[in-house]
Design a protein around this ligand. Structure first.
Ligand code: KIV
Length: 273
């Protein structure tokens, strides 16, 4: 059965097999109801550590814990049945050693039931990617702009305008590819480089702010739905604008409650007879 028509949950291998067939579709989710809405339309759902900013209001992803990722990974698994689910390893839970990465990833797979983990990092993480991949843990790589490094890189600017930056990202992507990542997220990178890397590596590239040249695309769902409106990066398209709609609905609710219009008779339980 083709990946398109399959009734079972897609595996990381299925996602990988889409390279060269059609663009891979992915979004982030953190909760059961949103996972249910995404599930019929996406190939994989990423429980991203972006939840630190989007759900918890943190300034960066650095404060996200393994326990948060497990709770939200479980919620997303409960809401999905078709999409492959990938859970981010948060900052500090895998960089120390390949053994630490294996322990964290194995715990996340066991406690959530997800199929794979994502880790940020290039050449310096290649040994870890190989260690996990060869021991039953599929890995989604993440190169280019790496939000967990904000304290050493100093910000979230796109990369790849200088030859030195291009060379580093190219080297990182190839190292992760050769180490066995089933797919590679490329974040915040100029189009010619994303195109070159997509041609160069065996794994499908999944772009976020990395042009249509990638083998697939991912966005933070709260961004593309127009819920998280603190700022809008250039690479985000609002496919809906839910923040004003939610705000108007809450205002209407407050007005009705204050005017004693809500709850109406139809919302009220009465004694029978
Ligand atoms: O944490 C996240 O949501 C991510 C995506 C933006 C790729 O890493």
């Amino acid at each position: 059965m083709s990946v398109q028509g399959t009734k079972r949950r897609l595996s990381p291998k299925d996602v990988r097999s889409l390279k060269g067939e059609r663009p891979i579709v992915s979004l982030t989710a953190y909760t059961t109801p949103i996972a249910k809405l995404l599930d019929p339309h996406v190939d994989f759902i990423l429980v991203g550590d972006s939840l630190g900013m989007v759900v918890y209001g943190l300034d960066s992803t650095v404060g996200v814990t393994v326990e948060m990722m497990i709770a939200h990974g479980q919620a997303v698994m409960r809401g999905s049945q078709r999409a492959c689910v990938v859970v981010d390893l948060p900052f500090g839970s895998y960089q120390e050693s390949k053994e630490q990465a294996f322990n964290t990833a194995a715990r996340i797979l066991k406690e959530t039931g997800c199929a794979a983990v994502k880790i940020e990092g290039g050449a310096e993480m290649a040994e870890t990617v190989a260690f996990l991949s060869s021991r039953g843990i599929p890995v989604l790589g993440h190169v280019g702009l790496m939000p967990q490094l904000v304290n050493t890189t100093g910000g979230y600017r796109s990369l790849g305008r200088s030859e030195a930056e291009q060379e580093k990202i190219r080297r990182d992507a190839v190292a992760i590819d050769e180490a066995g990542a089933f797919a590679i997220v490329i974040e915040g990178t100029v189009e010619p480089l994303a195109r070159e890397i997509s041609d160069l590596v065996q794994a499908p590239t999944i772009g976020i702010g990395a042009s249509p040249a990638c083998d697939g695309q991912i966005l933070v769902s709260d961004d593309m739905l127009g819920i998280f409106n603190d700022f809008k990066p250039r690479f985000v398209k609002h496919f809906a604008n839910l923040a004003p709609e939610i705000s108007a609905a809450v205002e209407a609710y407050a007005t009705d409650v204050k005017a004693r219009v809500f709850p109406g008779i139809e919302h009220t339980f009465q004694l029978k007879g």
